[in-house]
Ligand binder design. Structure first.
Ligand SMILES: Cc1ncc(COP(=O)(O)O)c(C=O)c1O
Length: 467
């Protein structure tokens, strides 16, 4: 998008949109974003950055809508494909043969290792998760599923049942029966509950929302062996780890083994047209089950024609540019830089971890996640803490990022860490007292306090500016 097309928004218009957003969607969301100076309105979405329509400030997008923008914001090649597709196609009829669907499905299968060759097209990550679990249950005739603590697979039926955070599920219990949760990377815990009633073990090779935990080789090898012994389907959620994010095309490639089923979504959309897929091995009984039950999982929008045209173009872009190699190279520098920052701030940073451009900083206290998000936003970095692990801040910049982007980002993170020190003079001693730590870590307290600070700031600076 040319700079000239930047459409500025004045504070009055912003306030009105916030008012409408609160009235018709959620006040909670407005307050949540506003308190961390993240009530920005994205303009000029390009590469790793977006411009806030109100302040005109450039923001680094370290959130990438939880891993949707591997190919970069506003990728021109993909946008062009979408524009052309819109001239000719619509979503298509989901029951009918389509060259767009098959072109995408065969490209996707071609990029998966081994005999992961068969594809079920889906509408989203949660939808694909449901498809994968239903396939495992259908094939095995079993009803138990093992998933991981802090895992995130989506917010609907099957995927919510597989979610590793109680908070999301409590209101809707009992959800799907037969779901058991174990500690991530704990093979013995899985062995204790896995049996011939278990249909599937589901996990992310690197937990995203769970706080960037990388599965160990020993864990993965152990799970594969256990699944082979008990006839369990091993399912990898590649929604965030797929399409180059971890420095290889797929997260699974780090382990030299094949799951039976994977599911994916998000970045396959190119950030412009949602799509998703389940990919499973070309072996019986999987193939036989799907041939006998072709409609076991279907929706009108999963694998739409336009979506598949866009997704094919995304795969072309990834392959032509070997974007995963960039993620590995740039990710290494980024991680090293974050580790240096960690060493400079040992009282704040517990650990830096991750692979490729899926990296997280674990802070010593939960409240630092929220405080740092605010300090970063003030310096034009949009980063959030993990939904299922608030003490871990995720950095998932588009994997098209260059070294110069990373250096600039590191400088801003270092500066934010410095500015956070002013608050920490008071907060760190308080955090050592359990009752105060509980208060500091409480999300409601954080939102209320930060919003009051924001109100005061706007009142004072508003008056100064009006002088
Ligand atoms: C690892 C993982 N799996 C599944 C999902 C669900 O994807 P969707 O939001 O498309 O339903 C997400 C979304 O954040 C995710 O991060």
């Amino acid at each position: 998008m040319p700079e000239s097309s930047f459409i500025k928004m004045d504070a009055k218009e912003r306030d009105y949109i916030q008012y409408l957003f609160g009235k018709h969607i959620s006040w909670g969301q407005v307050r949540y974003l506003r308190c961390a100076h993240l009530d920005i309105y994205e303009r000029n979405r390009k590469g790793c950055k977006v411009v806030d329509a109100v302040s005109g400030r450039k923001f680094f997008d370290c959130f990438s809508s939880a891993g949707c923008f591997n190919v970069g914001r506003g990728n021109q090649q993909i946008m062009e494909t979408l524009r052309d597709a819109l001239d000719e196609y619509d979503i298509g009829s989901h029951q009918i043969l389509s060259e767009h669907k098959i072109r995408f499905a065969s490209k996707l299968a071609g990029l998966c290792p081994g005999d992961l060759n068969r594809v079920v097209l889906c509408a989203s990550g949660a939808d694909a998760c449901a498809g994968a679990i239903k396939l495992a249950m259908g094939v095995t005739g079993r009803t138990e599923v093992i998933t991981m603590e802090k895992a995130y697979h989506g917010h609907e039926g099957f995927s919510l049942s597989a979610n590793g955070k109680d908070y999301y599920k409590e209101l809707f219990l009992p959800l799907m029966p037969g779901f058991r949760i174990v500690h991530f990377n704990d093979l013995e815990a899985v062995k204790k509950i896995a049996s011939k009633n278990t249909a599937a073990i589901v996990l992310e090779p690197v937990q995203g929302e769970g706080g960037i935990h990388v599965a160990t080789q020993e864990y993965m090898t152990g799970l594969r062996k256990l699944c082979d012994e008990l006839g369990i389907m091993l399912i990898f959620d590649e929604v965030q780890t797929g399409f180059g994010r971890t420095g290889k095309m797929w997260g699974m490639e780090h382990y030299g083994l094949l799951p039976d089923i994977i599911f994916t979504a998000k970045s396959i959309s190119g950030g412009v047209y949602p799509n998703g897929a389940v990919v499973f091995r070309e072996i019986d009984p999987l193939v036989k089950y799907v041939e006998e039950n072709p409609a076991f999982h279907t929706s009108h929008s999963g694998g739409s024609d336009i979506g598949c045209v866009v997704s094919s173009s995304v795969l072309d872009f990834l392959v032509e540019n070997k974007v995963w190699e960039n993620a590995a190279k740039v990710g290494k520098r980024f991680k090293d830089g974050l580790m240096e920052i960690g060493k400079e701030n040992p009282d704040v940073v517990l650990e830096v971890r991750g692979i490729g451009l899926m990296i997280g900083i674990e802070y010593k206290y939960e409240f630092i996640g929220a405080l740092m998000a605010d300090c970063l936003a003030r310096l034009g970095v949009w980063a959030v803490y993990s939904g299922n692990a608030p003490q871990v801040m995720r950095f998932q910049i588009p994997i098209t990022a260059g070294m110069e982007d990373v250096e600039e980002l590191l400088a801003r993170i270092r500066a934010a860490m410095k500015s956070m020190r002013i608050y920490l003079i008071f907060l760190l001693p308080l955090a050592r007292i359990p009752i105060f730590r509980m208060i500091l870590d409480n999300l409601k307290v954080q939102i209320a306090t930060f919003n009051i600070v924001r109100d005061i700031e706007e009142f004072v600076f508003g008056r100064l500016l009006r002088r």
